[in-house]
Write a protein that binds this ligand. Sequence first.
Ligand code: TRP
Length: 456
Amino acid sequence: MDPVPSARGQWGSRLGFVLAAAGSAVGLGNIWRFPYITGENGGGAFVLIYVACTALLGLAVMWTELAIGRATQRSPVSAFKALAPGSAWKLVGYLGIVTGAGILSYYGVVAGWTVGYLVHGITGELASGDPGELFGGFVGNWQLQVTFLAVFMGITMAVVIGGVRAGIERITRILMPALLLMLVGLIANGLMQPGAAAGLAFFLRPDFSQVTGMTFVHALGQAFFSLSLGMGAMLTYGSYLPRKESVATCGAWVVVCDMAIALMAGLMIFPMLGGKPETGGPGLVFVVLTQQFQAMPGGQIVAVLFFALLAVAALTSTVSLLEVVTSSLVDEWRLRRGAAAAGAALVITILGVPSALSLGSVGWLSEIGTIGGEPAGFLDLMNFVFGNLALAVGALLLCLFVALRWTAAAAVAEISDGAPWFRRLERPFKVAILALCPLAVIALLLYLVLTGRSLG
Ligand code: TRP
């Protein structure tokens, strides 16, 4: 192997790493997507299946990604080159970069909404008017959409330019505890709302009559997306782990944090909604909750807190997506970090513009295709291609890389280094990464390709 580039950053401490990686994992996926997917898939039973997918499958892939990163101390493309020189496996790394850029381009648009709603919350514009019309008017206004996308990408870029320790680790150390505090406050407020009991019952009481094969597919997709798996984000964060840190322990913490925050987000949102959400889909948080904020005492403050929470969660995730692209440009093409981050952010923002315009402001972009027989806009297509398909392909290839090239024994050696307790999990881990994960992901891919339907 070439010597590791000496200018590479490293996390300052275990806590710093766990907060940064949990920051990547905890995002719109937990607070915006998880509740509406849960709402669409029947509530409590879906939650249980999601938890099982996270613990049995997500954790194994998390460990594997972190292990490849720490073993090589490189970003995805260079990492695969180092472990499998002269082979085509490096294409998995390239796929990760493209997927990361693709996801960030539309994720940045939705992240922009959180800032838009935060601003509207502060100015009081959310306090009156029909929430559905407010939302439609907001996303259908191209100037606002492009502006907030650019603002969010600019902030993301500034953090990434700061570097691993002075940028990413420093802000996540502040933002993650702030996120937890806001979340706890919002849960307490939610539990005092009139519909709290009905909401909790929907979220926590499993009704297995609602479970179909599709429930499993959605739970798996949600688990992987929420853990930031399948495109080398965790691989990249793992590459900044010092050799003395244990992959097994750190990875387990990240998974626990992500799952805990998703469950807490459910505890916050369903009591506020007061039961099974009437409308599902992306509008759930922006439309239905806004309606609740209008009705509750102190609703304006609650709304501001809520959208600040969403914005914080989104920022630590967009940072990780941009970091994958940036670190690859640095490791592979020897660019300076500042130039790499700025260039990547600019290109991805431009790539995000069609998504930003596809929410009503430009007719043909808003109905450019169909997904599962329904008209779909550019943003929906991007989500389907990158957020659903490409991530699943990436996760499958990662499992195959372990099976066919790196070997499960090498993975186990790397993961258990510094964590002897992991040896006891050696067999279940091997079963998960060699059999369960690839089979489950193949089932998910078949669902996507055969039905042509999006996971949302
Ligand atoms: N996990 C984040 C969320 O839940 C999104 C995210 C960040 C992501 N980086 C990723 C998803 C890498 C897949 C891959 O919102």
